[in-house]
Structure formats: structure tokens, C-alpha cells
Design a protein around this ligand. Structure first.
Ligand code: C5P
Length: 239
């Protein structure tokens, strides 16, 4: 793997509400990481202008809004996400087969086989436990649900999933080599765990088969964020 291929894999999580902050990150890091993740906090505070600003600095965007609604609403919202020119965005697989299939159909119709945003499904949030699932009437174990929802997403034409690094082998086995796996919960050897519990290093997550790694605080909280991003690339290449 080349250094540029390793760089493409790193997605920096912009967990902030401050446009000026984010502008600083976009300017400093657009040559250092492959993508920027814009989530609900930032998007609610600063809107689509944030995506355009990142793109102006040459950055690519993963729009992490985790859509979950009736099929038509998700399909229409997804079209708007894709029209913003983001590279990745996501929805909840628990929204069901029709919601996912209608979304892919709407995108394919608009982009007619040309390059379009890739759609990821969230299976079971890593914050959920067996108890969380039981409370909403789901009796199956978490791992079984993760594989079941990833398989359903694939059948609906979804491009990949967001998953914990530990779930990668099971999902790879069920969904094959071309299904994208994007994984948070990654901690380089030099960084603090923060509130993450079951982590893998960048090299481990790539070796396990992760296509993209979502990394926030190890870069954002570092005294030298650009240097921290480069150290992560060193780790991936050494692994
Ligand atoms: O700072 P840190 O590297 O922990 O940031 C990880 C990012 O990935 C955050 O935006 C967090 O919300 C997100 N995420 C996560 N675990 C999940 C899903 C998303 O840490 N299971």
C-alpha cells in the first residue's frame, strides 16, 4: 500500500459546532486525510455551507446523518445529500429493505450509472447492548442482528456499512470483498482511549479488512494535528 492509499482510508471526524473551527481543520488537514465526517451536531449548527466550504479546500465529505424515516422521505433526503457532492452518506438499516432499495433506486436514476455518493448502512449502534435491543422488542443477539442487517442492506443495493472493528470479519464473510466497511473505534498507539472502549489500532483495523477508518480526537486534540495524521499513516504502513 502506498502512503496516498493509506491517506485515502483516514476519515477525520469533525465533532464541533463552530464553523470557524471546522474551517481551520479543513484548511490544515485537507491534504493530510482522505475525508471529513460531518455529523448531526455540525450539520444542524452550520448546514450545507459546511460541506461546500470543506470542498472548497479540496476535502471530500462523509455526511453522517443516519437517515431513518419512511422510504420516500429518506430517498428524497438522500438525493439532496448526493447533490451536495459528498462521497459517502448513511442511513439506518433498521428503516427496512424498502427504505434502502428506494434510496438506491432514486440515486441510480438521477446519476444514471455515473459517479455518485456511496450509501452506507448503520446496523446496530455500538452503544447498544443486548438489553437495549430487548427493550425495543428485539430478542436476537447483537452480532446476529449486525450480520442480518448488513446482509439485508447489501441485498437492497447499499454500498457498505459503518461497523465496529470487531464486527469486520463477520460482515466480510457475509457480504463479500466489495462491500465497504467504515469503522470508528480506532486508536493509534500514541493516542488516549477517551470514551472508546473496544478499540483497534489503525493497522489492526486495516488488516481486519476495514476500508475506511473514522478517527476524531487522536487527530483533533493532538498538539500538532497534521503531524498526528501523518503518524497514523506511518502506523498503517508499518502494519
Ligand atoms: O474522537 P473519536 O475518534 O472517538 O471519534 C469517533 C467518531 O466516530 C465520532 O464522531 C463518533 O461519534 C463516531 N462513532 C463512534 N462509534 C460508533 C459510531 C460512530 O465513535 N459506533
Amino acid at each position: 500500500m502506498t502512503r496516498d492509499q493509506a491517506r485515502e482510508k483516514v476519515i477525520f471526524a469533525l465533532d464541533s459546532s463552530e464553523f470557524a473551527h471546522v474551517q481551520y481543520w479543513a484548511e490544515t488537514l485537507s491534504d493530510r486525510v482522505g475525508m471529513f465526517k460531518v455529523g448531526k451536531q455540525l450539520f444542524t449548527a452550520c448546514g450545507p455551507a459546511t460541506v461546500r466550504m470543506i470542498q472548497k479546500f479540496g476535502g471530500e465529505v462523509f455526511l453522517d446523518l443516519k437517515f431513518h424515516d419512511i422510504p420516500n422521505t429518506v430517498a428524497m433526503a438522500s438525493l439532496e445529500a448526493a447533490r451536495l457532492g459528498v462521497k459517502l452518506f448513511n442511513l439506518h438499516a433498521l428503516g427496512g429493505y424498502e427504505m434502502m432499495a428506494r434510496t438506491v433506486e432514486a440515486l441510480d436514476k438521477e446519476f444514471k450509472g455515473g459517479e455518485r455518493a456511496k450509501v452506507l448502512a448503520v446496523t446496530i449502534l455500538t452503544s447498544s447492548t443486548e438489553e437495549t435491543l430487548r427493550q425495543v422488542g428485539i430478542e436476537s443477539p447483537v452480532e446476529e442482528m449486525v450480520v442480518r442487517l448488513a446482509t439485508l442492506a447489501r441485498k437492497a443495493g447499499i454500498d457498505g456499512v459503518v461497523a465496529s472493528p470487531r464486527e469486520i470479519p463477520l460482515i466480510r464473510e457475509a457480504c463479500g470483498p466489495d462491500f465497504l466497511i467504515v469503522t470508528p473505534g480506532v486508536r493509534p498507539a500514541f493516542a488516549a482511549l477517551n470514551d472508546q472502549k473496544r478499540v483497534m489500532t489503525p493497522a489492526e483495523a486495516v488488516r481486519a479488512g476495514g476500508d475506511y477508518l473514522v478517527i476524531g480526537r487522536p487527530i483533533g486534540d493532538a498538539p500538532d494535528p497534521a503531524g498526528a495524521a501523518e503518524m497514523i499513516l506511518d502506523e498503517i504502513l508499518a502494519g
